[in-house]
Design a protein around this ligand. Structure first.
Ligand SMILES: O=C(O)c1ccccc1NCC(=O)[C@H](O)[C@H](O)COP(=O)(O)O
Length: 263
């Protein structure tokens, strides 16, 4: 069965071919952003990575006509630890211009949320102002995952490595990834289940200096408390914040107290 991830990755190959034919846009003035890892590690509050998300395969159109810079300012003013910008166009209606717009508006860490399969996408992310990139274990063979991880690190970027089960967690740990995200959304069925975070947390080496981020399906303080109690340091939140009429209140309600796990 062809999954949505298969379809996204097939489209991504075409996009990469186009990127390789052209030249990388001019590099923005790169400002040094604080480390995302440092912002999350041993934080006493659950931190929030807030996403700019216009649309998605599972929900269709979420926020038509939003202005990324305005949304990013609201997120930063409300205390977001990082802003995630979806840069995939066919499935999420995001662009690298959105990323550049956000990068020139806020000074907190910025995550380029895309389906990265080639180093040129990392160059685009960096040139648009990202300080963090996402690598999805399910999308990459181990050798490729490692080479992209090392390439991003060599460019001074942090890497959030996304996993969905304990086999993928082992693969992320083989990279020595410090920022590991568990996606609560099954990318084949779109089903969201916060107990995915609990499953990964059960074998997560918290005693090593690493942080666990719970991604997708976080709507309120109850969800936030649940994943904080599992051991997450942060949540990655898109739809619920995009749909909220009161970003400040919605975001701050997710910053629940958490127990710091020390080694
Ligand atoms: O959101 C989707 O429908 C989706 C489908 C296929 C691949 C990835 C998808 N989303 C990317 C994300 O990881 C989420 O945008 C992010 O975790 C925020 O999720 P949410 O808070 O549920 O909007």
């Amino acid at each position: 069965m062809t999954t949505i991830l298969d379809k996204i990755l097939a489209a991504k190959k075409g996009q990469v071919e186009q990127m390789l034919l052209g030249s990388i846009p001019d590099q923005l003035d790169i400002i040094t952003r604080p480390s995302l890892f440092d912002a999350l590690y041993q934080s006493e509050k659950l931190q929030v990575i807030s996403e700019i998300k216009r649309a998605s395969p599972s929900k269709g159109l979420i926020a038509e006509g939003i202005i990324p810079a305005d949304q990013a300012s609201q997120y930063a003013n409300a205390g977001a630890a990082c802003i995630s910008v979806l840069t995939d166009t066919p499935f999420f209606q995001g662009t690298f211009d959105d990323l550049a717009e956000v990068a020139s508006t806020v000074s907190i860490p910025i995550l380029c949320k895309d389906f990265i399969i080639h180093p040129i996408q990392i160059d685009y992310a960096k040139h648009a102002g990202a300080s963090v990139i996402l690598l999805i274990v399910a999308a990459l063979k181990q050798e490729k995952l490692l080479s992209l991880y090392e390439y991003a690190v060599s460019k001074g970027l942090e890497v959030l490595v996304e996993v969905h089960d304990s086999v993928e967690l082992d693969r992320a740990l083989q990279l020595d990834a410090k920022l590991i995200g568990v996606n609560n959304r099954d990318l084949r069925t779109f089903q969201v289940d916060l107990s995915r975070t609990a499953e990964i947390a059960a074998s997560f080496p918290f005693e090593e200096k690493r942080v666990l981020i719970s991604e997708s399906g976080i709507w309120n303080a109850t969800d936030a408390s649940k994943v904080a109690n599992y051991g997450a340091s942060a949540v990655l939140v898109g739809e619920s914040l995009m749909r909220s009429g009161d970003v400040q209140n919605a975001l701050q309600s997710l910053q629940v107290q958490r127990e710091v796990i020390t080694s």
